[in-house]
Each structure stands twice: as C-alpha cells, then as structure tokens.
Design a protein around this ligand. Sequence first.
Ligand SMILES: Nc1ncnc2c1ncn2[C@@H]1O[C@H](COP(=O)(O)OP(=O)(O)OP(=O)(O)O)[C@@H](O)[C@H]1O
Length: 272
Amino acid sequence: MTGPGGALVVTDLRVEFDGFVAVGGVSFDAHPGEVRFLIGPNGAGKTTCIDAITGLSKGTGSVTLGDQQLLGRSTQKIVRLGVGRTFQTASVFEGLSVLQNLDIAAGLHRSSLSLLRARRGVDPAIESALEEIGLSEERETPAGILSHGQKQWLEIGMMLVQEPRALLLDEPVAGMSQDERTATGELLQRIAQRRIVLVVEHDMDFMRRYASRVTVLHQGKVLSEGAVAQVQADPRVQEVYLGTAATTTAGSVPPDAMTETTTDAARHGEGV
Ligand SMILES: Nc1ncnc2c1ncn2[C@@H]1O[C@H](COP(=O)(O)OP(=O)(O)OP(=O)(O)O)[C@@H](O)[C@H]1O
C-alpha cells in the first residue's frame, strides 16, 4: 500500500487543445489519508487535469505518483502504476451481475495463478470490495437494475479490486439522492484512509462535508487552495462563484454561500 512519499504530485501541468490553453500551469498534490477535492466552475479545467493525469490527454509539466512519472505514459501503464478513475457516467456491464462486473475488473489485474484460485470461490479482494461498497447483498443482482448510486459504488468497487494507489473520481455524486451522497462520502473517507482519493465535484454541500483539502480551478489555473473554511473565506473564490466580491461583515464568504444552486449559476455563467 502507499506509504509516506507515495503522494500524487502535479507540477506545472499544462494542456492545450489546438492552441487553446485548457490547463495553464496547475500544481497541487494529494496524499493518502485525505479526501482531496478539485472544484471550479464549468470549463475550469478539472476534467482535463484528470484526463492528463490518466493519460487520456497529452500534457506537459510533471505528474508523479510516488517516484513514478505518469506524464507521457500510456493509459494502460498508468492503470498498472496504480491510478484508477471513474467517469461522469458510470460504465458498468448492465447485463452482468455485480459479482461478474467485479470479477472482470479484477481479472484485468490478477495473475493467471490467482485467476485459477478465484474459480474455486470468490476472490478475497472481491469479497472485501463488495463489503466496502455495501453491495454484498446485491452480488447476484444484474448491474442494470441497480439504483444510480449503487452503479456508481459498483464502479468504485471495480477500481478497488484492481488495488489502485490513487482513485480519481469525476462528479461521483451527480444525480444521487441525499442518502446516496452521504453513503458515498463515507465510502470515500474509508477508502482515503489508505489510498489517495481525488474528487472532481460540483456539489458544494458534498465538498463542504467531506473535503480534507480543496483546490479551486478557474480558467485553467489554480485560484485558491486550502481547507474548506480557508477556500470559502477567499474573496477570489467568492468572486468566481457568486459573480461579485460581496462580503459578510467579517469580510468572508458565508459558510453556506457556495451552495449547489450558486455553483449551478456559476456553471451557466450567471451571477446571483
Ligand atoms: N478535447 C477538447 N478539445 C478542445 N477543447 C477542450 C477539449 N476538452 C476540453 N476542452 C475545453 O477545455 C476547457 C476545460 O474543460 P474541462 O472539461 O476540463 O472543464 P471542467 O472544469 O471539467 O468543466 P465541467 O465542470 O463542465 O466538467 C473548456 O473550455 C473545454 O471546452
């Protein structure tokens, strides 16, 4: 498992699309033991950062996981080096059971010897993932009839069975019920005890409840970084999220100012 020094370190990351700078020199790091959030309005460059970290987009600068450089490696190699990710839409095999989905994901990682052993029973890694994602009772259920939240948890389980050192999640709670959000936040906190967890999210309430540290991106650059309270108190963040540098008497963003509603407004380029 990732030990001290096993951080994900992004340094001066830059991604361009035909001359358009989507990510313009972003630096941040994420460590095991914290739920790290990357937030920012629509088009800020969050997904592009994750794409570059996972090899889906070409970037310059440096992205290291422990002592391994990730930039310039293939997506498959980056997965093998221990980076898993989810996308905004869960990609599970709907016609297969929960167990079969996990088994396929584990098969991508297992040696042929452990595949042989696994045929005699449920692989302990799968059993432990099932328990972790709370789907032990649904193991024989076809993934297609799971709730939206359960599908997202299954996708997280499919990463876990590959024993990643870092999990990157793109809007994991989008479309979830309140109970599902709470369960997801608690799941991410458990996972983060031993692994790097980096979450891209628009849901500010979720971010406030579960973030250990936050980096705010705006127009491809880091606007602000720190603990939730620090970031909320940053007038530049308020400017971006509320479209005005309005302040409270204490000169800071009200704790509940960065709500989902205001974020949605920011996503659509509206002030409030
Ligand atoms: N493949 C691409 N080709 C050209 N431009 C792109 C490409 N991917 C992203 N962009 C642009 O780069 C910028 C950053 O996009 P990105 O998707 O990273 O933002 P985001 O912060 O994740 O936004 P959202 O919250 O909407 O997901 C946007 O202006 C987007 O239009």
